[in-house]
Design a protein around this ligand. Sequence first.
Ligand code: DGY
Length: 350
Amino acid sequence: MMRRNISISNFHIVLITQTGVIYYFMETFSKNKVYVTRKIPEPGPSILNKYFQANMNPEADILDRDTLLENVKNVDALICMLGDKVDSNVMDAAGPNLKIISCYSVGYDHVDIYEATKRKIIVTNTPNVLANTTADLTFSLILSAARNIVNADRHVRIGNWESGWSPDLFLGYDVNGSTLGIIGLGEIGTLVAKRARGFDMQVIYYSKTRKRQMESELDITFVPLEELLRRSDFVSIHVLLNKDSFHMIDESKIKLMKKTAFIINTSRGQVINEQHLINALRNKVIAGAGLDVYESEPISSSNPLTQFAQTVLLPHIGSATFKTRSKMAEVAANNIVNFFNGRGIVHKIN
Ligand code: DGY
């Protein structure tokens, strides 16, 4: 029997020849340490355990800062998620071995990308897998806000539905045939536009870069941001948070919207100046809002947004389905595996 060890990066492949047959298997001796800041679903943990010395916070709850700083010590790779502020302090606490930060999310505004890049630490995310799920949730916010779904449900539950059908009970706004304005035509924005076709909506969009091919494929029209705000019945936000998009929607922009229009946000809360939105809702400048994200999360029940009947408020659940969270775990884990073995896709963002 001939036995040969070939080391590929941190992996060992053992080739065994026996009566002309070649068997190979991957040994899982890797000494690389991975830490996962909050419990993620399978197959994430199994993938990591197969190849690394992996440790995971057994709870889905966020770690307090001191525990996070302690637990990342000497790791080679980190899986982090929204709410973890991965800044220079975390990178210092991890130490010089840290080579990759894998975000269990498509958004990466919780990681200091500048600092990571300076230290030659790769940052990755989980694109593709959550786009359809988030587009679905965007549409449920459009429908719920326009048709009073949440208020009407509460009305039934608390026993207020006393007079049967009524000509003016929970009158709302039509989604079908209305104009949808999409801000940011990335993956999620595009999938929202696709869904809008089923509702015979006219779709206009604004994006930093114009996507001419999409315009003909989806029958959508590029317009400047101001025009989009003036014309839309529903304005749906799908941009990444960065210095250009921070407070992109403020008082001056909200004022351009129709009194009967709704603003929908499933991207990042800081894209809207929340105080300006609250003022606009209070003064009935627009008809309502469907929000999955907020300037600071979680919001408390005393946040003025909760006082309005014309808001639908969700606790940042855009990608929250069993299937999608599992896919995200797989991609986040494989980003690390592929990075160390030098093969396969690594969704790098820096
Ligand atoms: C993301 O991935 O950025 C979402 O906000 C959470 O899944």
